[in-house]
Design a binder for this molecule. Structure first.
Ligand SMILES: Nc1nc2c(c(=O)[nH]1)N[C@H]1C(S)=C(S)[C@@H](COP(=O)(O)OP(=O)(O)OC[C@H]3O[C@@H](n4cnc5c(=O)[nH]c(N)nc54)[C@H](O)[C@@H]3O)O[C@H]1N2
Ligand SMILES: Nc1nc2c(c(=O)[nH]1)N[C@H]1C(S)=C(S)[C@@H](COP(=O)(O)OP(=O)(O)OC[C@H]3O[C@@H](n4cnc5c(=O)[nH]c(N)nc54)[C@H](O)[C@@H]3O)O[C@H]1N2
Ligand code: SF4
Ligand SMILES: [Mo]
Length: 756
């Protein structure tokens, strides 16, 4: 199937704005809805939004960003941008930018000086730590901060205050992918890069709507398909998305039954002799749990429950289709790249779903060679760079270390110049525990930065009262938001390109953002705020930094000798992003295309071939993971599946994109997508108001039938971008989470639907 440029635009360009922006064509990106005025200067940065990590050039005139264009020298996008990227100038000067600190007095948020606000925070934090201990305070950060910011804040909390209550929204996003990589290969983050796209023949896209969530990457997949009629695309998703429009095989499995489907693919691969036996013998081992080893024979016996014929009814995909797709995946003459995102991770069995896709690559040896790779798509612009790598979750430490590992703690204590044993050994609260502790009163003070949990957590009717009860500090670029409205202190934050810092995208690429303009009013960079807080708390020695570069220099000491050595600040400033490891010399060594592979990875010596060196025995694990359904499956009372996700025009809680007229007009309010058959049966017409009710709450949306996404019968879909009370869909969701990764199950719950 040849995919024309028109088809491509149809697939992703759903708004007039997108058509004008001409995503997918380098030349067209130069014009767009933002007039490309000739700017006084062009400053290099990275797009504020998704984990694709497109390089940008911001045009500055008269101290304002007047235009944004794609950085032609950034390997990610080579000049391309999607509509959100092009329209970035419009998020800067909006009427709801936070410009002055606010503190709550007599129930109302009123303006205050920085001094007053910071003194109040320090007083409350100190009082709480003294009375209730260091674990009574917490920090909830984000995959949208800069690396330097999270690094500095986690250091203050762990080595200064003495708590590991340092969490971040990547728990809601990437935690299952992290645990998948760690359990299978011994260390987080992908072995491949986006360059595998141009070398792949078969794409297995599962639980990812990249057409809307990673548009520029999607355009690279489309280009690859157009360049070679041999390229085949498999899209597996219970909702027929814009991404599925380019599929040769579309697999609408029943929500949460993809574990069975992938085991069935593995069964076919083993039964039909499509495995790479030498690779399996040399580089893998088989396991059931973290310590239960299996033999290859026992694994094969496990798969017998998952023949395509046995699972077809349960997962809703015909056995013949599963066989065909498994053969295509395993074809030894083809290169196969898998990509997945939240459809996998936001599940009570998200880690297992990740393990199972790694299995398929390990069984076939389709890994660590160009075009052959299991590739986890990252959501936020710096979930990798600023959280997974810097130690921004309650159980991890900088540079792929773990809180529970004494040697790791000691290494950092030495670098930080604090006595051995300073850092607590107990991991802190994970996200839902942290917000639950606010509800129960165990957590007294909570600092939220660059995230909006008052809208983005699940089961909001339970967690929002906790945010009201706790002493809540919110660092925000805008006010009010659904979180800042609950705050005791709001600190105005400098936004993207009003401050300097580093983002790390989904392909291990570390890239630098220069400061282009001044922040409005009294807004400050979050790093300044963090350093100020550290000093006022009495931890001057921990935060001797004056610039982001100084923070980076210390962070580089934490990276030395680990698997994730990165480029020096000088190179980051001058270059257009480097994929780590950049070793042995961060100031001169080349970047790495493929980890664990001889000839690419500086840590693999000549003659070693492929080496999964982050595991003790250098072997990756093939896991026997059974099908387990989502926690809340439909029943007689709540007969529909509800799934939630994103649309092209909006970013999460829409604090930024809701301010851009072109985006807001293209998608002014969120709606519910209903399958045509269900709509007919229930007498629901396009535009009718529909109540969606779960065991927790009811929301009301206009119905969309045959919209840009078509859910399978029995499934409804809502994007979670709408802050309005009636449409705050996260009230409806349950807060079940994966026992391994602690990531919430945003993707599946049971609801009733009825015409309002
Ligand atoms: N425009 C835009 N782009 C974004 C973002 C944004 O807010 N707006 N956010 C960014 C972030 S942080 C993230 S994490 C990514 C998310 O990117 P994606 O994960 O690609 O997007 P989602 O829409 O959340 O979900 C993807 C798909 O999962 C499917 N799904 C539902 N249930 C299941 C299931 O049981 N199994 C499987 N395998 N799939 C299922 C849904 O039908 C949906 O189509 O997007 C990033 N990019
Ligand atoms: N129903 C449902 N819920 C979900 C998901 C889902 O698929 N379905 N996905 C989950 C996922 S994957 C994610 S990543 C989360 C995202 O959820 P959130 O992180 O809560 O959402 P954002 O809107 O990205 O919040 C970022 C906030 O930071 C502010 N901000 C922007 N720049 C700066 C800055 O430089 N400094 C400061 N201090 N503030 C800044 C923005 O105004 C915004 O309020 O949502 C999760 N929630
Ligand atoms: S694809 Fe993602 S990173 Fe690239 S311009 Fe669009 S939102 Fe920005
Ligand atoms: Mo995310």
């Amino acid at each position: 199937m040849k995919f024309s440029r028109r088809d491509f635009l149809k697939a992703i360009a759903v708004s007039a704005a997108m058509l004008a922006a001409g995503c997918g064509n380098k030349r067209d990106t130069q014009k767009g809805p933002v007039e490309q005025k000739d700017a006084e200067k062009w400053v290099k940065g990275v797009c504020r939004y998704c984990g694709t990590g497109c390089g940008v050039l911001a045009g500055v005139t008269g101290g304002k960003i007047v235009a944004v264009k794609g950085d032609p020298d950034c390997a990610v996008n080579k000049g391309r941008l999607c509509v959100k990227g092009i329209l970035l100038p419009k998020i800067m000067d909006t009427k709801d930018r936070a410009k002055k600190p606010l503190i709550r007095k007599d129930g109302k948020l009123v303006e205050a000086s920085w001094d007053e606000a910071m003194n109040l925070i320090v007083e409350k934090f100190k009082e709480s730590i003294e009375k209730y201990g260091p674990d009574s305070v917490g920090f909830y950060g984000s995959g949208q901060t800069f690396a330097e910011e999270t690094y500095a804040m986690q250091k203050i909390f762990r080595a200064g205050i003495g708590t590991n209550n340092v969490e971040g929204n990547p728990r809601t996003c990437m935690a299952s992918a992290v645990a998948g990589f760690v359990t299978t290969y011994g260390a987080d983050e992908p072995m491949g890069t986006y360059a595998d796209i141009e070398a792949a023949d078969t794409f297995f896209l599962i639980g990812s709507n990249s057409a809307e969530a990673h548009p520029v990457l999607f355009s690279r997949i489309v280009d690859r398909k157009n360049s070679d009629p041999n390229v085949k695309i498999i899209v597996a998703d219970p909702r027929k998305t814009r991404t599925a429009d380019i599929a040769d095989y579309y697999l609408p499995f029943i929500p949460s039954r993809d574990l069975a489907m992938m085991n069935a693919m593995a069964q076919v691969i083993v039964e039909e002799g499509l495995t790479d036996e030498k690779f399996i013998a040399d580089h893998t081992e088989f396991m059931k749990g973290a310590s239960d080893k299996l033999t290859y024979e026992e694994y094969k016996a496990f798969l017998q429950d998952y023949t395509p014929e046995k699972v077809e009814a349960a997962c809703g995909i015909p056995a013949a289709t599963i066989r065909e797709v498994a053969r295509l995946f395993a074809d030894p003459k083809r290169n196969t790249m898998s990509m997945w995102c939240m459809g996998f991770n936001q599940r009570t069995r998200g880690v297992w779903a990740n393990n199972l896709v790694h299995n398929l690559h390990l069984l076939t040896g389709k890994i660590c060679r160009p075009g052959n790779t299991p590739f986890s798509l990252t959501g936020q612009p710096s979930a990798c760079g600023s959280v997974r790598e810097t130690g921004g979750l309650s159980h991890i430490l900088p540079a792929h270390r773990f809180v529970a590992n004494e040697k790791h703690r000691n290494e950092l204590e030495e670098i930080w110049g604090v006595p051995k044993g300073t850092m607590p050994s107990k991991p802190g609260y994970h996200t839902l525990e942290m917000f639950k502790a606010a509800v129960t009163g165990d957590l007294k003070c909570l600092w939220v930065m660059t995230t909006n949990p008052g809208q983005s957590l699940p089961n909001l009717n339970y967690y929002r009262p906790g945010m009201e009860k706790v002493f809540l500090v919110v660092s925000e670029a805008y006010h009010p938001t659904r979180t800042s409205e609950l705050a005791d202190v709001v600190l105005p934050a400098a936004l993207w390109m009003e401050k300097e810092g580093v983002y790390g995208n989904g392909e291990r690429r570390t890239n630098h953002i220069a400061k282009a303009v001044e922040p409005p009013g009294e807004a400050r960079s979050d790093l300044e705020t963090i350093i100020d807080f550290g000093k006022r708390m009495g931890f001057e020695k921990l935060v001797p930094f004056k610039t982001p570069e100084e923070v980076w220099a210390e962070y580089q000491k934490c990276q030395a000798g680990t698997d994730m050595q990165m480029a020096s600040y000088r190179r980051l400033r001058e270059g257009h992003g480097f994929t780590w490891p950049v070793a042995p010399d961060p100031d001169s060594s080349p970047e790495t295309y493929i980890r664990y592979a001889e000839g690419y990875d500086p840590y693999v010596k000549e003659g070693e071939g492929i080496k999964f060196y982050c595991r003790k025995n250098n072997r990756a694990v093939i896991y026997a993971r059974p099908q387990i359904d989502a926690q809340e499956m439909p029943d007689a009372e709540y007969p529909f599946f509800l799934t939630t996700g994103r649309m092209l025009e909006h970013w999460h809680t829409a604090t930024m994109t809701g301010n851009v007229p072109e985006l807001k007009n293209a998608a002014p309010e969120m709606y519910v997508e209903v399958n045509e058959e269900d709509a007919k049966r229930l007498g629901i017409n396009e535009g009718d108001l529909v109540n969606i009710t779960s065991r927790r709450a009811t929301c009301k949306f206009k119905a969309k039938i045959n919209g840009r996404g078509k859910p399978m019968p029995g499934l409804v879909y809502v994007s979670f971008h709408d802050p309005e009370d009636d449409r705050l869909i996260n009230k409806v969701l349950l807060d079940a989470f994966d026992p391994g990764s602690k990531q919430p199950e945003y993707k599946v719950c049971a609801v009733q639907i009825a015409k309002a």
